[in-house]
Design a protein around this ligand. Sequence first.
Ligand SMILES: [Fe+2]
Length: 388
Amino acid sequence: MENTLKEFTAMLCGSFDNHEQYDEMTAKGEKSFPFARHVNTVCNDRIKGLPEGFEGIFVLEESYYTIGDNTNAMPHLFLFTMEGDSVKLSSYELPEGIDKKTLNYESLPTLDYSMLKVSEKFTPALYKECDGAWEGGSESMFSPVVRFKLWERFSKECLEVSEIIEVNGKRTFGYDVPLLYKRTNILGQEDKDMETHIKRDEALELLKKYNKEPFHIQHGITVGKVMAWYAGELGYGAEADFWEITGILHDIDFELYPEEHCKKAPELLKDVDAEPEVVHAVCSHGYGICSDVEPMHEMEKVLFAADELTGLIWAAAKMRPSKSTKDMELSSLKKKFKDKRFAAGCSRDTIKEGAERLGWSLDELLERTLKAMQASEDEINSEMEKQD
Ligand SMILES: [Fe+2]
């Protein structure tokens, strides 16, 4: 697939909102200006039956507009393709039966490509590159009297979106200025690389302060290493420390407070002045089990998915003559995964849910996490030998 198209969609995908603009407008007394939020996610993995060598990228756009106490959800399914030097956006109908109010990437069912219908009323938009930004739009007639005007400009800093509906030439929806969306991070704040001031040694000391069982120390070190591996693998190399530290600390409260797992953690993490992002990520790994903090960022979803799985992989390694993950084949891990009596404490449901949240197949999650463990095993073992 063309790199241009991948770069284009990478610029477009993630979480965005217009909070800066919204604050400015409300300060000026604008009461009907919306707080708008977008979550855009590539979703080719949710579309089955794509033709061999398919050269387009499907994106689910979750779009929320809040005015006063009212939030409207307007999700869209878009296909981006190259057309010469331009990027073309075509809109697709969301299949009937999908609840648009609650639709998000997690709840998007697998769709059949042959059943998808291009929206006939929407004129595909063309975007052209200009000084590192992409600009384009289109005009559609939704009915003989209803005109929809779309104009957008996308850059790394900002997505500018202007959507105007006119009925008989009179504007009935839209604003004088384009909405300015900026990228946000897991806490809905302005996006920056996720960083923590906590040093690795400090994280390990804290883990050992509240955990004495060597198994728990090993689990923290393992999940830390696996998270750091994933950071590199998924293009978050600059955040590898954050990913590792969070991995080391994720079960900080488990040994002493098993009944309050993920609830006691924020208090224990105060010892090292952990940033809110670290606390959020730690608490989110027990979502739906012992925590109501939902994994939002990809880092949190990886932690959720890989945590239990690393336990299963270690248990499977111990059964081997080599006692190692290094000569473990994916097929043998899959067998252990299917054997419900093996390492019964490792919840297969949580692991499956984790893969789903990431939009990965279960096999993909097993294969990548096995690779992560194989790459980290020597370091984990040598670190465990150093523990007293
Ligand atoms: Fe864990």
